[in-house]
Design a protein. Structure first.
Length: 372
């Protein structure tokens, strides 16, 4: 029978993700709107966003946080174009965005001495083959495959190269070994449900040393430049952004950080995401017609949960449309490059009760479309 309990919040998109519970525009601090981002007020808010991020994440001493243009993509591109080429490179890809970084390295930067490690959707490359005398570029969580690296044990503390980690759907949801990561990028429109267009770039002291000791052989557009006269442009990490940011988006981000702080910090959001994943895991264990795309339990994402169904691709589309038409779940179709299936966001802005309400609807929709 058709379920009678609806999720209170049907927004399960994997980006931009659902706003936090209790979100309201009127709760934002909008005093800075209409003012220059370079005013004392504007720089103070931007600087606060940087320091607040470091504080809540518990970053190691000396790590810098900056706000950059172009969402997570801009942050990753900025890091690669500014730092790669000093050493050989190992780059890993097992889904769409990681494959995009491979394209940049092989077809745009055309770096020599590059090794590419790729795996199909649902799998990871063999992490034991990575050479850490090289620089290493990888995603922590494959947003379009629902496959994450299980831990940081495969990264040595005494590595020679830099680790550049695209962590956009992992930060605030997964335990990250900060001291083993030299460049970390994310966009606040993922786990925190913030607005789009802005990226966050985190640099370790080793990454700063690379920037100040190495000049890439290719020209850098202004929007990618992190140094001037051989020195880090430190203002980027203190509130002086490269280009004009949306101060409304920054106010929105600080509101999200306040929410994380009120919950008890990033550990609380990690636990919330894990509890959300458990709801889906219990449902999958009880229904033979649905499976995780991630082949190993240890690599299952607790944010972008990707599932395959015992159904034809067109039937999967019908299921997704039926749930949207009913107002039960929006934007849960698999990413366009991924195998046919569904993708349910389970990050901390999603309430466990809403996922519990969604599961019977998934079963109902499957029976309506496939078993009818």
């Amino acid at each position: 029978m058709q379920p009678t309990v609806f999720p209170e919040n049907p927004n399960f998109s994997s980006g931009p993700c659902s706003k936090r519970p209790g979100y309201a525009l009127e709760k934002l601090d909008t005093a800075v709107l209409g003012r220059s981002h370079r005013s004392a007020l504007g720089k103070d808010m931007l600087g606060r966003a940087c320091t607040y991020t470091a504080e809540i994440l518990g970053l190691p001493e000396g790590y810098r946080v900056g706000i950059v243009p172009g969402s997570d993509t801009g942050a990753v591109e900025m890091a690669m174009w500014s730092m790669l080429g000093a050493r050989g490179l190992d780059i890993l890809a097992w889904e769409s965005f990681g494959s995009g970084w491979v394209t940049d390295v092989t077809k745009q930067l055309k770096l020599e001495n590059t090794r590419v490690f790729e795996a199909d959707y649902g799998q990871l490359p063999d992490l034991s083959l990575v050479n850490f005398s090289h620089d290493v570029v990888f995603t922590w969580n494959g947003t379009t495959s629902g496959v994450k690296v299980p831990h940081g044990d495969w990264i040595p503390s005494d590595r020679e190269g830099l680790t550049i980690c695209d962590a956009t759907s992992a930060v605030f949801a997964m335990e990250l070994p900060w001291e083993k990561l030299d460049v970390i990028t994310f966009s606040w429109q993922k786990v925190l449900g913030g607005e789009g267009a802005h990226g966050v770039l985190i640099l370790s002291p080793r990454a700063v040393e690379r920037l100040e000791s190495y000049t890439p052989p290719w020209p850098l557009p202004k929007i990618f430049r992190l140094t001037k006269g051989g020195k880090l442009i430190d203002g980027i990490f203190k509130g002086a952004t490269i280009n004009t940011p949306s101060m409304l988006c920054v106010a929105d981000y600080i509101d999200a950080l306040d929410w994380v702080s009120a919950l008890g910090g990033s550990q609380a959001t990690i636990e919330k995401s894990n509890a959300n994943l458990a709801v889906i895991e219990n449902f999958v264990a009880q229904n033979a017609w649905i499976s995780f795309l991630a082949e190993s339990e240890a690599t299952r994402s607790n944010t972008s949960v990707c599932l395959t169904l015992n159904a034809e691709p067109e039937q999967v589309k019908q299921i997704v449309k039926l749930l949207a038409d009913k107002g039960v779940a929006y934007d849960i179709g698999a990413y366009r490059d991924a195998p046919p299936g569904i993708r349910i966001w389970a990050g901390a802005t999603i309430e466990q009760a809403d996922l519990e309400a969604l599961m019977p609807w998934l079963a109902w929709a499957f029976n309506e479309v496939v078993s009818a």
